[in-house]
Design a protein around this ligand. Structure first.
Ligand code: 5AD
Ligand code: SF4
Length: 418
């Protein structure tokens, strides 16, 4: 989401006559698009912001802006703590960037009730895959999460706006779009999310449609049918579980039990046997016992995700979980996280190995960075495949036979252009 927000900022700046500087030292404007989902992201930003201070004495024209969720949360405080900052604006005020830059200093952190109608010109670096926002904000208030406070209430863009944006992307040669929202399953405008997918699936030049993120509670049978039926909608779902313990899920305010989640997974696999399912997990949520943790381990073993993102719980100021009793010490958090990651490594490898000998449709994205002479792309299930082939295939769908499996990628042999 932040990457795409940055693309929107770049789009606005380009339209305003700005050009990208070759390096930080040459820039007259530096924007930090910050993330506050976990403490670590915030720390990184603080140290970068400190480092950049020196540049201001070298270039008196330099302006520094802080955008994103930290800007939204801390607001004017950032200007107080870091007087070398000129502008502070939150994720709901990106559209004000141009106007803001005509002033000397400004803080823009108010809600934008019309955010769903604000179309911004995104400047995308890639030319094959594109992010497209379908909704903003979140109403879920999971007890650990800062997003509803920084990105505000849930608002969905009218389907016509995405239809138009994706048409334009297709005309420019983009082949894949990823629909973006904190909880795409609760997309609700002139149609619901399955309705939106059906509409976008008709855009001829688009080859693939992906979406993130799905909330398990709102995953409907109708959506499962869409993934199964729609030719362009890819067979991959990112479905954050967060914990395998029902007690912890309740404390997290996730709105489903572990059994509810398993039932959704069962339906997905029954309907689409080759679907890839990935997830997010949090280790060391307040009051998490060894037993709760072992339920997460058990969940990993029985669901066998294709991949996971796992994090240590990080208390975020202003959220309910930050005030909860039973905080877990960092060492135990790390132990639990390592156990989760270690186990999943084996599972990911095993799942990848099971693909050996199969034929996979790959959208070629470019030259392989690691392997000179090879090209790289992804399967419909979002797995990276490297294989020998000509760079003229970039942007095309090809069939690749999988020969070798590693943890983070597959290797294959080109069989035909599909
Ligand atoms: N601590 C740790 N992980 C978190 N996430 C969100 N908030 C926190 C937090 N306070 C994780 C969740 C979410 C992902 C985007 O980040 O797993 O799904
Ligand atoms: Fe945060 Fe929960 Fe909303 Fe996801 S669904 S953004 S975890 S509050």
């Amino acid at each position: 989401m932040n990457v795409h927000d940055s693309e929107k900022m770049a789009g606005i700046l380009k339209a305003g006559g700005y050009a990208e500087a070759a390096n930080t030292e040459d820039a007259d404007l530096i924007i930090f698009n910050t993330c506050s989902i976990r403490q670590k992201a915030e720390q990184k930003f603080r140290s970068e912001l400190g480092r950049i201070k020196l540049l201001k004495s070298k270039n008196p024209l330099l302006k520094i802006a802080v955008a994103g969720c930290i800007a939204q949360q801390r607001g004017r405080d950032i200007l107080k703590r870091s007087p070398h900052v000129d502008y502070v604006f939150g994720p709901q005020n990106i559209h004000k960037l141009s106007a803001m830059l005509t002033t000397n200093a400004m803080v823009c952190i108010e809600d934008n009730p019309e955010i769903q109608h604000t179309d911004l010109p995104a400047e995308r670096k890639e030319n094959i895959k594109a992010w497209v926002s379908i909704m903003y904000g979140c109403n879920n208030f999971c007890s650990y999460c800062i997003v509803p406070y920084t990105r505000g209430r849930e608002r969905s863009r009218p389907s016509q706006n995405m239809y138009k944006e994706i048409h334009e992307l297709a005309e420019k040669g983009f082949k894949e779009v990823t629909l973006l929202g904190q909880n795409v399953n609760s997309y609700n405008s002139d149609t619901n999310f399955p309705g939106l997918l059906r509409k976008i699936d008709t855009i001829k030049e688009v080859e693939r449609i992906r979406f993130v993120t799905s909330h398990p509670r709102d995953l409907s049978d109708e959506l499962i049918l869409c993934i199964k039926e729609l030719p362009k909608t890819c067979e991959h779902i990112h479905l954050p579980l967060q914990s395998g313990s029902g007690r912890i899920l309740k404390l997290m305010n996730r709105g489903y039990t572990y059994e509810d989640y398993l039932e959704k997974v069962r339906k997905l696999k029954e309907s689409i046997p080759h679907i890839a399912i990935t997830t997010d997990l949090i280790a060391g949520f307040p009051s998490e016992t060894d037993n709760d943790h072992s339920m997460t381990i058990k969940a990993l073993r029985s669901i066998e995700f294709d991949g996971i993102f796992a994090f240590k719980f990080s208390p975020r100021q202003g959220t309910k979980a930050a005030e909860m009793e039973g905080s877990i010490n960092e060492e135990i958090k790390s132990q639990r996280l390592n156990e989760i990651l270690g186990l999943q490594d084996d599972i990911t490898l095993r799942k990848n190995e099971a693909l050996k000998g199969t034929l996979q449709e790959v959208l070629v994205e470019g030259a392989s960075k690691k392997d000179k002479g090879k090209i790289t792309g992804r399967t419909r299930t979002n797995k990276i495949v490297n294989f020998e082939g000509d760079e003229s295939l970039i942007g095309k769908l090809v069939n690749v036979e999988i020969r070798m499996a590693m943890r983070h990628s597959l290797e294959g042999r080109l069989t035909s252009q599909s």
